[in-house]
Design a protein around this ligand. Structure first.
Ligand code: IPM
Ligand code: MN
Length: 352
C-alpha cells in the first residue's frame, strides 16, 4: 500500500527519536512491499520560533490530509517562561483536539529482559499486560482558565457524550483481550467523576454485558498499579488521571522510554507518539531511548494503516533487541548503554 505519513519531530529529543524511527518504517516498507511518504512539519517550540505559533495552520492542514501522524515531543526550557503568551504544549493539545482524537491508548507490557530496570520486584511484573485508555480531548486540560494576581482557576468539565465514546473504545479493546475493564475516577469528591461513573456503568450494562467492570478511585489506583499490576487488563480514565497514571505505569516497564501511544478518534487518522516528553536534559546528545517512538510507529501501522503483520513484526524486532540487551542509558547499568542510532539500527537489522 501507499501511505502519507506526516512527521512532527518537535523539540528536545523529538528530532532524534523520530529520525531513528523513520528507517524502521522504511525497513517495513521494503520488507512488505509498501511505499510510505514522509512529510515533515513544525509543532511546539520550534513552530513558535519559526511561525510565531505552536500549531501553524499548514501543519494542521497536512495532518488532516495524512493517513497518520508520527510525533516526537514538544516543550523545553526555552519556551517555559511562566509569563509567555504561547507554550509549545498548546500545539500538542490543539492538534489532538482539532483531529478529534479522544482516545489515547497506552499499552504497558514489561519486557522480561528489562525487568531489572524497574524499581518494582520482578515477581510482581511477570505477565503484566495493561492497556490504559486515557480520555484526551476533555476535562481540566481544556476547561476555561482564569488568572488574577491573587488566584487562578482551571475548569474541569465532561459531557455524557465525551465519556460514552471513550468508555466504548476501552470496552471494545477489553472484549478483544481478557474481558475486564477498570474505570478510574475520584467519584468521592468530584462531580465530573460521579457523572463518569454513572455513564460508564450504564454503557457497560447496556452494550458490554460480557465485559466485567470495576470502579477504582484514582488515589488507590495509583497504589494498586504498583502492588498488583497483574490484576488489570484495560483501564479507562479521564485526561489528567490518565496522564499521571501512565507515567507511573512506565516504571512497571522499567523506563518512560519504552511506552508508546496511539491517539485515536472516529476516523482513521491518528497521532502516534511516545508518552515521554522532550527530555531537554539529554537533548542533542544522541542517547535517548528510541524504542517508545518505534513502538508508537508499530501502533501507527496497526491502527491507522491496518497493517497488523507489519506492526507485529516491528514489536517482535524491538522485543528481540531487548532480549539481546541492546539497551540505551535509561535501561542499562550506570555508565553503560548504546546510543539512539545503534538501538534503532538493532531493530532495523531484525526487520530486514
Ligand atoms: C503527554 C504529555 C502531554 C500531556 C503534555 C506535553 C501536554 O505529558 O502526552 O502525556 O500532558 O498530555
Ligand atoms: Mn504525560
Amino acid at each position: 500500500m501507499h501511505a502519507d505519513i506526516v512527521v512532527l519531530p518537535g523539540d528536545g529529543i523529538g528530532p532524534e527519536i523520530v529520525a531513528a524511527t523513520l528507517p524502521v518504517l522504511e525497513a517495513v516498507a521494503s520488507r512488505f512491499g509498501h511505499r510510505f511518504s514522509f512529510a515533515e512539519h513544525d509543532i511546539g517550540g520550534i513552530a513558535i520560533d519559526r511561525h510565531g505559533e505552536p500549531l501553524p495552520a499548514e501543519t494542521l492542514e497536512a495532518a488532516r490530509k495524512a493517513d497518520a501522524v508520527l510525533l516526537g515531543a514538544v516543550g523545553g526550557p526555552k519556551w517555559s517562561d511562566p509569563s509567555a503568551k504561547v507554550r509549545p504544549e498548546q500545539g500538542l493539545l490543539a492538534i489532538r483536539k482539532a483531529l478529534g482524537l479522544f482516545a489515547n491508548l497506552r499499552p504497558v507490557r514489561p519486557h522480561p529482559a528489562a525487568l531489572g530496570a524497574s524499581p518494582i520486584k520482578s515477581e510482581l511484573l511477570q505477565g503484566v499486560d495493561i492497556m490504559v485508555v486515557r480520555e484526551l480531548t476533555g476535562g481540566i486540560y481544556f476547561g476555561d482558565k482564569t488568572r488574577t494576581d491573587t488566584e487562578a482557576t482551571d475548569l474541569c468539565r465532561y459531557s455524557v457524550v465525551e465519556i460514552e465514546r471513550v468508555v466504548r473504545s476501552a470496552a471494545a479493546l477489553a472484549r478483544g483481550r481478557r474481558g475486564h475493564l477498570t474505570s478510574v475516577d475520584k467519584a468521592n469528591v468530584l462531580e465530573t467523576s460521579r457523572l463518569w461513573r454513572d455513564v460508564a456503568t450504564r454503557v457497560m450494562r447496556e452494550e458490554f454485558p460480557d465485559v466485567t467492570l470495576e470502579h477504582q478511585l484514582v488515589d488507590s489506583m495509583a497504589m494498586h498499579l504498583l502492588s498488583r499490576p497483574r490484576a488489570y487488563d484495560v483501564i479507562v480514565t479521564e485526561n489528567m488521571f490518565g496522564d499521571i497514571l501512565t507515567d507511573e505505569a512506565s516504571m512497571l516497564a522499567g523506563s518512560l522510554g519504552l511506552l508508546a501511544s496511539a491517539s485515536l478518534g472516529a476516523g482513521r487518522v491518528g497521532i502516534y507518539e511516545p508518552i515521554h516528553g522532550s527530555a531537554p536534559d539529554i537533548a542533542g546528545k544522541g542517547i535517548a531511548n528510541p524504542y517508545a517512538t518505534i513502538l508508537s510507529a508499530a501502533m501507527l501501522l496497526r491502527h491507522s494503516l491496518r497493517l497488523e503483520a507489519e506492526a507485529a513484526a516491528v514489536e517482535a524486532a524491538v522485543s528481540s533487541a531487548l532480549d539481546a540487551k541492546v539497551f540505551t542509558a535509561d535501561l542499562a547499568a550506570a555508565g553503560q548503554g548504546v546510543d539512539t542510532r545503534s538501538a534503532a539500527q538493532a531493530v532495523v537489522e531484525r526487520l530486514a
